[in-house]
Design a protein around this ligand. Structure first.
Ligand code: NAD
Length: 487
């Protein structure tokens, strides 16, 4: 019998009761929790490297340390430094009419926050939302992906050392358990995963009117200028495609390149990849596809593109295992799967363009991506790219680094998601911004009570609204004045 779903339900009730008993942890308490989390990450860093690598069947240790440990530690450092300011109520302005009263926003913890993570960065994508949720004073339940069982086991053990079950709890399980998790009446749900599953999450959350943050994916374009240094762009894009073998939501999915530079660009990408990874097979610095179905998906995508006439070039040595070298693909047509699906692996389609406007149109005609990477653009041309395309975030002249700057909001737009976290935006996303009006004791609010139509009310309407339009006729006139008076 499935024990996970009943445990989820019981833990939810436990956390809800614990939150009700202590609904507003103070600054010192929140900081303590963040420091506990940081010290767990530091202490367990080598175990994290081993667990994630076991899940992948070979994940580059440096990539794990950078993304799964250093990333959350940066995030925690930033929160520790900034939390006092984030928590402060914010004074807001009021109408001249209400002068003397106090108007401000109080940031209140929402309650129990659910987090559903993806397998590609099992810790970063669960601990990142956890940092924001703890900073905002919430209790947290995390559902890990079914594709990262060792990471799940380790994270559960680690967090149980520092947190009680009614503060932070971790769950494994399969998709059925993830579905049950998404149906719990959380006060907020942060989901990281595919746009396809994002639909299910939003549907499940809507049953409880649970607000959602959806961190989804998509095809993030790299747009290469003919004016900039092509070799630099090629090297950085090759790195973006090879890091975690391209299994990253913000990996450059495809490259738009001036038509007359396509061959040069493709050659430079190959050379850069070979320089970064002289060998692929047996190279522990190069990450495997996480499981056989994902490896097969990459082979299928390449085979289909080839069968439809694309030129496919492997940039490194291939083998029977799940370490697949980067493949550059030219001669791409719109009917190929690689032109339509998020690749999430070591394939780089190169799409030629003739004018920058054409490249902008290509991006704008497709679902809004999670990131966009302009290379070699500046001044008015860069401004145009920024204002005529929509993407969750942007790194200019490189890929992905905006995600690692934790004072920037991170999130998608349209098909790539909604809501943001990281830094202050994460704190605000997982807090309730409670607009609060406090009446000044002597404020003459009674002047706005009935019977309506007194001199002050008439003067206020006259001052703010002026006369109504006589051309609209007497009936409309009297209707609107009756309405105005009743307000
Ligand atoms: P996925 O959507 O298949 O799964 C994500 C999570 O959802 C998993 O934990 C899974 O168990 C759960 N899930 C699956 N079906 C569910 C359902 N019906 N109801 C509730 N939960 C369900 O995605 P994935 O394969 O784990 O990750 C790859 C995708 O995630 C890519 O599209 C990638 O771009 C995206 N991604 C986005 C970000 C980001 O921060 N925006 C980060 C990493 C990955």
């Amino acid at each position: 019998m499935d024990m996970i779903i009943p445990r989820m339900q019981a833990t939810f009730e436990l956390q809800r009761a614990a939150f009700a008993a202590k609904p507003f942890p103070c600054l010192a308490e929140r900081k303590d929790k963040l420091k506990t989390l940081k010290s767990l990450l530091q202490r367990y860093q080598d175990q994290i490297v081993a667990a994630v690598s076991a899940d992948f069947g070979g994940r580059a240790p440096a990539e794990t340390k950078l993304a799964e440990v250093l990333g959350p530690v940066f995030e925690i450092n930033h929160a520790l430094h900034s939390l006092r300011g984030w928590m402060k109520p914010r004074k807001r302005s009021t109408e001249l009419l209400f002068l003397g009263n106090s108007v401000r926003v109080n940031y209140q913890p929402k309650g129990v926050v659910g987090v559903i993570g993806a397998w590609n960065f099992p810790l970063y994508l669960s601990v990142g939302p956890l940092v924001a949720a703890l900073a905002a004073g919430n209790r947290v339940m995390i559902k890990m992906s079914e594709l990262s069982p060792r990471s799940t086991e380790l994270l559960a053990k680690m967090l149980a050392e520092g947190f009680a079950e009614d503060e932070v709890a971790v769950f494994g399980g399969e998709v059925a358990q993830a579905q049950a998790f998404s149906q719990l009446p959380f006060n907020h749900l942060v989901f990281t995963g595919s746009p396809a599953v994002g639909h299910h999450i939003m549907r499940a959350a809507s049953q409880n009117l649970t607000p959602v943050t959806l961190e989804l994916g998509g095809k993030s374009p790299a747009l290469v200028s003919g004016a900039g240094p092509i070799a630099d762009a090629a090297e950085r894009i090759a790195h973006g495609k090879a890091f975690n073998s391209g299994q990253i939501c913000v990996s450059p999915d495809y490259a738009l390149v001036p038509r007359n530079r396509v061959d040069e660009f493709a050659t430079e990408v190959q050379a850069s990849f070979r320089k970064l990874y002289p060998t692929v097979q047996g190279n522990h610095e190069y990450t495997s596809m996480t499981c056989e179905p994902h490896a097969q998906r990459i082979h299928d995508l390449l085979a289909e593109a080839k069968s439809k006439g694309a030129q496919v070039t492997a940039c490194g040595d291939s083998g029977p295992g799940r370490r697949i070298p980067l493949h550059v693909v030219t001669g791409v047509t719109d009917d190929m799967r690689i032109a339509k699906e998020e690749l999430f692996g070591p394939i780089l389609p190169v799409i030629p363009y003739d004018t920058v406007d054409q490249a902008i149109d290509y991006i704008a005609a497709r679902p809004r991506p999670l990131a966009m990477y302009p290379f070699g653009f500046s001044g008015a041309e860069l401004d145009k790219l920024m204002t005529h395309t929509h993407s969750g975030g942007v790194s200019v002249d490189d890929w992905g680094w905006h995600v690692f700057n934790h004072d920037l909001p991170f999130g998608g737009v349209g098909n790539s998601g909604m809501g943001t976290y990281h830094g202050e935006e994460g704190f605000r996303e997982l807090s309730h911004a409670k607009g609060t009006f406090k009446r000044f004791r002597w404020f003459p609010m009674g002047l706005f009570y009935p019977p309506y139509g007194n001199l002050v009310q008439r003067l206020v309407f006259k001052f703010y609204l002026g006369p109504s339009d006589p051309a609209l006729g007497a009936a409309a006139d009297s209707a609107s004045s009756a309405k105005a008076t009743s307000h």
